[in-house]
Design a binder for this molecule. Structure first.
Ligand code: TXA
Ligand code: MG
Length: 341
């Protein structure tokens, strides 16, 4: 694995060209987007796409997002571009928004996990955009972590998680959004919010002048999933995560400390210095930006329990609350444990 440091705002053209060559040859390149680091490969090359699944240890039922550098490039991958897609991309692209639409014939089923829909996103990170343009093709990229582990927001996280499973890591520093893109399915009759992110539901609904539906709950764990983002235990650290109200943080910490190496992620709660504390900003965007790095840090400190002060349950916190809920999902309850590595 080669790690190349690039200026996140003005990446060196030679470094980008070399990484783009790896993509064109069917290899894997990890690169920063504004949300999290992606593990990229040529989206229309079946062999390259299969390498992504192998490197992540990801089950084949999880489709990948095709990253593009323009609306035109996205439109070439789909058969319909409804008014909602036009409105959303005009407003939020490039940015942390992924749209699911009926796929064009040229899009391989290995990318879409056998579905007739494909997910497309135009990221805003200059390194991501430069790489897609230099490769001159759409780049398939899931988050650059092993399946069910915490998504990477730095090149260090990628290197520790994937090591030599990736050929090149473009190191553009820490990502700014910090949690994965909002995913909206526009392929059916009603738009469905498959994965909440940092764009609020209200803003999206105002933009498309329509209400978002919620995904169908998964009843049969073996059945095809509307979205792999719905796998319950996802984004999870090695430690057990306890999500607790502000008023009980101190009490839970005191109890857990008797038998565990405890870490804490708090905003307002004032706690003793006997535990490893990650103090996060009390605003949803600042919190999202720092959340995964905090989980990585507490994992590296070998915490066996992480106590998290529950953020407010309001719409602007939906993306953060979704990730915290999944991170705190008990391991034994997961129907997907057998799928995990
Ligand atoms: O912010 C992000 O979206 C990051 C960066 C790298 O762009 N990527 C990312 O990819 O989070 P991944 O593979 O970890 O998550 C992909 C999500 C899935 O959870 C699923 O909800 C949705 O995209 N998805 C992809 N293809 C789909 C499809 N054909 N139908 C439904 N959902 C799909
Ligand atoms: Mg992921």
């Amino acid at each position: 694995m080669i790690r190349v440091i690039v200026d996140p705002a003005h990446p060196d053209a030679a470094a980008i060209a070399a990484a783009a060559d790896v993509i064109r040859r069917g290899g894997l390149v990890a690169f920063p987007t504004e949300t999290v680091y992606g593990l990229g490969a040529d989206a229309l090359n079946e062999t390259a796409v299969r390498r992504i699944f192998a490197a992540k240890g990801r089950p084949a039922f999880n489709p990948l997002i095709a990253h593009v550098a323009s609306v035109e490039q996205a439109r070439a991958l789909v058969t319909r571009w409804p008014a909602a897609a036009h409105r959303l991309t005009t407003q939020f692209w490039p940015g942390p928004l992924t749209l699911v639409l009926p796929k064009a014939w040229s899009v391989p089923l290995s990318l879409t996990a056998g579905r007739e829909q494909v997910a497309v996103r135009m990221p805003s990170h200059p390194v991501a955009l430069a790489l897609i343009k230099a490769a001159d093709r759409a780049i398939a990229a899931p988050s650059a972590n092993r399946f069910t582990e915490i998504s990477p927001t730095t090149a260090d996280h990628v290197a520790r998680g994937l090591g030599d499973r990736v050929e090149v890591i473009l190191d553009g520093g820490a990502t700014t959004v910090g949690i994965e893109s909002t995913v909206i399915d526009l392929s059916g009759e009603r738009p469905v919010l498959l994965r909440p992110g940092t764009l609020s539901r209200d803003t999206i609904e105002q933009t498309i002048r329509e209400q978002l539906a919620d995904p169908e709950p998964i009843i049969d764990a073996q059945a095809a999933r509307p979205s792999p983002g719905m796998i319950e235990r996802h984004y999870a650290p090695k430690a057990r995560v306890l999500l607790v109200d502000t008023s009980s943080v101190r009490q839970v910490l005191a109890r857990e400390q008797l038998s565990a190496h405890v870490g804490a992620i708090v905003m307002s709660a004032h706690i003793s210095d006997a535990v490893i504390v990650q103090q996060l900003p009390a605003d949803p965007l600042g919190y999202a930006q720092a959340l995964y790095a905090s989980l990585h840090t507490l994992d590296e400190a070998n915490c066996s329990v992480i106590v998290v002060e529950r953020p407010p349950q309001t719409g602007e916190w939906a993306g953060v609350n979704d990730r915290l809920r999944r991170a705190s999902h008990p391991k034994s309850d997961s129907a997907d444990e057998t799928d995990a590595v």
